[in-house]
Design a protein around this ligand. Structure first.
Ligand SMILES: [Zn+2]
Length: 424
């Protein structure tokens, strides 16, 4: 079993290239989140042509959704001839900004040798195209299969997924009674299975001061100096503590196998003036300074401990530094997600990779997060992985590309996985 299935996928090579190019050509840049309707149209036309029922869902009222930039999502479902499990392939349709340094048209989909170039080629329109080819080949090969196949194209993953998978999960689309296995074809490399991701906690910290004339700073209280004390305490205490923690999660790259924190921004004192302002600054002591922290944490760290660790440090400063006062505002939180290695979707894809590539896959976890968090936390579905073609390090870079052979290989892995899960 498999030879004729794999032959169908090899025969679809030109179709796969054209499909990927067609998806790349739609500039679904996020932010602002544009052309979601156009890409849903392309997917709906393609998949209804292959016998899928398509449903359009707009994430009305989600962050970013507006009349100008509606958050459209498409879910396509194909029913087998008998009851069985539903396997869902979820891909985000948005791409990040183009940025500088391109030597090809970012929406041109140029093919050079074994590579297709374009913004989103790797992250993750190549994976979406591969899952479509895989499902179509499987259905053609086994029209009498048991269960159902779903393919979704969803919005806003690059900005948190609230107008996409989070919204669909809230509406029950990932309820374990209707979907049993989820594969997210993010670019994790064709020989790796991504089991989950670290957590994230974002907060804004503000230190308070008192405005005064800059020639007499002793009459005021400098909020930037107080923030300096915060940053110093981070350097002395928090960063070494985070560096000492190791996770059992197989996070790649290696440097992310510990707790990390990025200071995302610092703003203090007078706002920056417009570029055409030619005057000098006024002489003032800043009465406010703000930073945004981006704290990434491990499965082994409870989120409350992550939060209190920062607050304890601020309280300690308050107790020993004169006039120190602060406010902290939580901006967002993401709980770590990790699918069990014995979960059916993991063992199935593991064996399929061995069949197709002739070697055992490695297990990885993502240093950042992706839509698995919503499928896990909101959808309550634990049987979910990320698996797809594309080299992770190319995501969001200039001259992003996806390998054609990699797409074909991972389409075979996906199609073989469908045989295991839907041909009882
Ligand atoms: Zn992605």
């Amino acid at each position: 079993m498999g030879d004729t299935l794999f032959q169908r996928i090899d025969d679809a090579r030109e179709d796969l290239i054209a499909l990927t190019q067609g998806l790349i050509a739609i500039p679904t840049l996020n932010p602002p989140g544009q052309h979601y309707e156009a890409i849903c149209d392309t997917l709906a036309a393609r998949l209804s042509g292959s016998g899928f029922e398509t449903t359009w869902v707009r994430a009305e009222g989600a962050p970013g959704d507006s009349e100008k930039y509606p958050r459209w999502n498409l879910i396509a479902r194909h029913e087998g001839t008998r009851s069985g499990d539903c396997v869902h392939f979820n891909s985000h349709t948005d791409v990040v900004e183009v940025g500088h340094g391109w030597t090809r048209d970012p929406f041109g989909g140029a093919v050079e040798g074994d590579k297709i170039y374009g913004r989103g080629a790797c992250d993750m329109k190549g994976g979406l195209a591969a899952s479509i080819i895989a499902a179509e080949a499987f259905i053609a090969e086994h029209p009498d299969y048991a269960g159902a196949i779903e393919i979704s194209g969803t919005a806003d993953e690059e900005s948190g997924g609230y107008g996409g998978v989070a919204y669909l999960a809230e509406k029950g689309w990932f309820d374990p009674t209707r979907v049993q296995h989820v594969i997210i074809p993010e670019p994790l490399n064709k020989d790796r299975i991504c089991l989950g991701h670290r957590g994230g906690w974002w907060a804004e910290i503000e230190t308070k001061g008192e405005i005064a004339h800059g020639s007499m700073p002793f009459l005021g209280d400098c909020a930037v100096r107080h923030m300096g004390a915060v940053l110093h305490a981070f350097e002395e205490t928090l960063f070494p503590a985070m560096a000492s923690r190791r996770t059992d999660m197989p996070v790649v790259p290696e440097g992310a196998r510990q707790s990390t924190m990025n200071i995302n921004s610092v703003h203090g004192g007078q706002p920056e003036q417009a570029a055409d302002y030619t005057g000098l600054p006024a002489h003032c002591v800043p009465d406010s300074c703000r930073i945004v922290i981006d704290r990434r944490f491990l499965m082994e760290e409870p989120i409350e401990a992550v939060r209190t660790e920062v607050i304890d440090l601020l309280e300690d400063l308050k107790s020993r530094r004169e006039n120190f006062d602060y406010e902290i505002r939580e901006l967002n939180r993401v709980i770590p997600s990790m699918t069990d290695k014995d979960a059916p979707v993991v063992t199935t894809v593991h064996d399929a990779i061995r069949d197709v590539l002739g070697k055992d896959p490695s297990y990885v976890a993502s240093p950042g997060s992706y839509d698995q968090k919503h499928i896990d936390r909101i959808g309550k579905l634990k049987n979910c992985i990320a698996y797809g073609p594309g080299v992770l390090e190319l995501a969001h870079k200039p001259d992003e590309w996806v390998g054609i052979t990699d797409m074909l290989d991972s389409a075979k892995v996906m199609a073989r996985s469908l045989q295991t899960l839907l041909l009882p």
